[in-house]
Write a new protein. Structure first.
Length: 215
């Protein structure tokens, strides 16, 4: 059994590239974790589909993953790294074998693991495909956050009948005035189906307005 030592993993329900990690993420300093090499077909199915691993695989990795927690070392019951010699990802499973969290790796640590994988043979992991994962859009983590934030803020402003704020946002986005609150809401809502630089500007304006209120 092959182990990798001293790497950082950022487990989330979605796989975020390392450059999308955020300072508030709960990054885990892994002391030791299993590494398995699979073919690209298996790697892609694990990444793109809802899968359930068989019991034998779960037993083979049980409590093998160790991480640093302050001055102590603790275990993640079911976690491992998988690679196809082109990519590496961390996986966390529940006790039934379902993949519940994913992690990318820092670039230099991924490169080191890929070097190790060149000396490994592929294994066959038995699993059951439970369905297709919901397809994520092509937006980055930040872009998705901005769209969700704007939708929520716009909806709250409309419900609260914050006319002045809605008129201001409409003018900032469309560079023209409108007094019809329903039209403003519908027009801005329809623009949130796609993201552009104007959404970043609106997001920053709203965040700035809230920060001024807290001063």
């Amino acid at each position: 059994m092959t182990y990798v030592y001293d790497v950082l993993l950022n487990f989330n329900s979605e796989l975020y590239d390392f450059y999308e990690w955020e300072k508030d993420d709960n990054v885990t300093h892994i002391k030791r974790i299993n590494l398995f090499k699979v073919d690209s077909k298996i790697f892609n199915e694990i990444l793109d589909k809802k899968i359930k691993l068989n019991e034998d695989f779960l037993l083979s990795i049980f409590n093998k993953c160790e991480y640093f927690d302050n001055r102590s070392v603790k275990n993640i019951p079911y976690a491992s790294l998988v690679t196809d010699s082109y990519r590496v990802m961390g996986l966390m499973f529940d006790e039934s074998g379902n993949v519940i969290k994913y992690s990318s790796l820092l670039l230099d640590e991924e490169e080191d693991i890929l070097d190790i994988s060149d000396r490994l043979g592929e294994i066959r992991i038995d699993y059951e495909i439970k369905g297709i994962k919901d397809k994520s859009n092509d937006l980055t983590r930040l872009e998705n956050h901005i769209i969700k934030y704007l939708k929520k803020d716009l909806s709250n402003s409309y419900k609260d009948k914050n006319i002045n704020k809605l008129k201001y946002l409409y003018y900032e986005y469309f560079n023209k005035q409108c007094d019809d609150i329903d039209k403003i809401y519908q027009s801005l809502s329809s623009e949130l189906e796609n993201i552009n630089e104007k959404h970043f500007a609106l997001y920053n304006l709203i965040k700035l307005s809230y920060s001024h209120k807290n001063v």
